[in-house]
Design a protein. Structure first.
Length: 202
């Protein structure tokens, strides 16, 4: 046998989970979990739909989400590419997972829950930034929240500036687009992208 087919086979390899890994899961935000979330400017949003799974990066000045209460966090949907993969999934299947990163911290916070896409005028207006508002706000009801083992971030040495990659050693967005469509004008795209992104951040 080259692959695992049952939970029993998996548990024979990994054994039981530790007490700490079990008691850390709570159905609502503790004060400590709230502090962690409010310190996070970046997260990954995972959703599921009929076509499969989607995982989308989300970031914002200050905290990436606003804590509304112990069981609710609010995610403004700012400018993007208008694919709205995550939002389409939420409309059809409310299950979501959020993973928060905090620069400089090896702890990762996770929320599993259910979400709706809100267009309530007062809610949109409450997120005003530079005179602009998000077009929608994702309202997440927490099912469970917990912090993740720090080993992954530690192994990656994620926050070590000495390990940061020089941008010139990586493909540009234009390079990647041209690889998908041979006649794409990558030079114009890469030249115009920084100004366009800055002007349309909100």
């Amino acid at each position: 046998m080259d692959h695992i087919e049952t939970i029993d086979q998996l548990r024979q390899i990994y054994g039981a989970s530790s007490e700490a890994s079990r008691i850390k899961v709570t159905p609502a935000l503790t004060p400590e979990y709230r502090l962690m979330i409010e310190a996070s400017p970046f997260m990954a949003l995972a959703t599921v739909g009929p076509e499969g799974l989607d995982c989308s990066p989300r970031g914002d000045l200050g905290g990436v989400v606003r804590v509304d209460d112990a069981t609710t966090v609010l995610l403004p949907d700012w400018r993007g590419n208008n694919r709205v993969d995550s939002l389409e999934n939420i409309v059809r299947d409310p299950r979501v997972a959020l993973m928060f990163l905090i620069p400089g911290s090896n702890s990762v916070l996770r929320i599993n829950g259910r979400a709706v896409v809100s267009v309530a005028p007062g809610l949109l207006e409450s997120f005003e930034m530079d005179g602009k508002h998000p077009r929608t706000v994702v309202v997440v009801t927490i099912g469970e929240v917990y912090f993740q083992c720090a080993r992954a971030v530690m192994r990656a040495d994620l926050w070590n500036p000495e390990r940061f990659r020089e941008p010139g050693t990586l493909p540009t967005p234009g390079d990647m687009l041209k690889a998908a469509k041979d006649d794409f004008d990558k030079e114009s795209y890469d030249r115009e992208w920084p100004t366009r992104a800055t002007a349309s951040m909100w």
